[in-house]
Design a binder for this molecule. Structure first.
Ligand code: URA
Length: 284
């Protein structure tokens, strides 16, 4: 009897290990959910009065998730006229609501939550990462997993806190992509371009005194400089944000997920944090 139980346990463990090797990183429900087929039923987000209504559900049947065409299809949102526009949004909450309503955008359909910002809406420092991961997708907040915890510790080391009430000590955290790409694959240029005007409008509303980009993809996207992060990190630059009067200073830094994998590089991150601290002290 015990032998049989052990046998079953071993077989189950082997099966689980095989699934992990294949890339499955979470167990969610006993039945598979086809997130490409129409809007989710559990959280229909209301659209604010400043945001044009979301497009009605399409009458044509959605492609099956198992079809390769559905999985590899590039980002193809609804025609521009049907989509809410960043200019219609006048608060971070309105932007989040508008993004959440874009059920025809493939990444929105496969994600559980839209992950927009976390922190103070008037923070002096705005930190921008790459894309939500599993923990962010589950909670709807950016940087809440291991990398996020390290980011909070890094910020705390120079007196910053995303939960601070004082805007001078506060931080707002966001990403260049607002939905988790399936399986954490790298975002496509089309997906990043889709999110870019929304991120720009977010920066315009927050009016941070300084931007910090984490890692190569976020840095390259915002600076327009294709060099890798090891070349750009620690080098101050500035970017133009539509709607803001002057350019915004930007400091590229190593991504905390990279620092978790390569702790020896934390000394470079520390150097960049001190540079940020000095900049903020000179400003106050
Ligand atoms: N990594 C990112 O770049 N962003 C997150 O929100 C979480 C992890």
């Amino acid at each position: 009897m015990n032998d049989a139980k052990e046998h079953t346990r071993d077989a189950l463990l082997r099966w689980l290990r095989w699934q992990a090797d294949m890339g499955a990183d979470e167990a969610i429900a006993p039945m598979p959910a086809n997130r490409l087929r129409g809007p989710r039923q559990d959280a229909p987000a209301p659209v604010s009065r400043h945001v044009r209504a979301a497009p009605p559900p399409r009458s044509a049947p959605a492609p099956d998730i198992a079809s390769p065409a559905a999985v590899t299809r590039p980002a193809s949102p609804a025609p521009a006229a049907d989509r809410p526009s960043p200019r219609d949004c006048h608060s971070l909450e309105e932007i989040r609501t508008a993004l959440d309503s874009m059920r025809d955008f493939p990444l929105r359909r496969t994600a559980r939550h839209t992950v927009h910002t976390d922190g103070h809406p008037r923070a002096r420092v705005m930190v921008i990462g790459e894309a939500p991961g599993r923990d962010e997708d589950l909670t709807g907040k950016p940087f809440v997993g291991r990398a996020g915890r390290l980011l909070d510790l890094m910020l705390a080391a120079i007196g910053l806190d995303r939960h601070a009430e004082d805007p001078d000590r506060a931080v707002l955290v966001s990403n260049v992509l607002f939905w988790r790409p399936p399986g954490n694959r790298p975002p496509t240029q089309a997906e990043l371009s889709f999110c870019a005007p929304w991120l720009m409008r977010t920066i315009e509303l927050v009016k941070p005194r300084v931007l910090v980009t984490l890692g190569g993809p976020a840095t390259q996207r915002l600076t327009g400089n294709p060099s890798g992060i090891t070349r750009q990190r620690g080098k101050w630059t500035q970017i133009t944000v539509p709607g803001l009067n002057g350019p915004v200073p930007l400091l590229p830094m190593l991504h905390p997920a990279f620092l978790l994998r390569t702790p020896v590089q934390k000394r470079l991150a520390w150097r960049d944090l001190l540079s940020l601290k000095l900049f903020l002290e000179e400003q106050s």
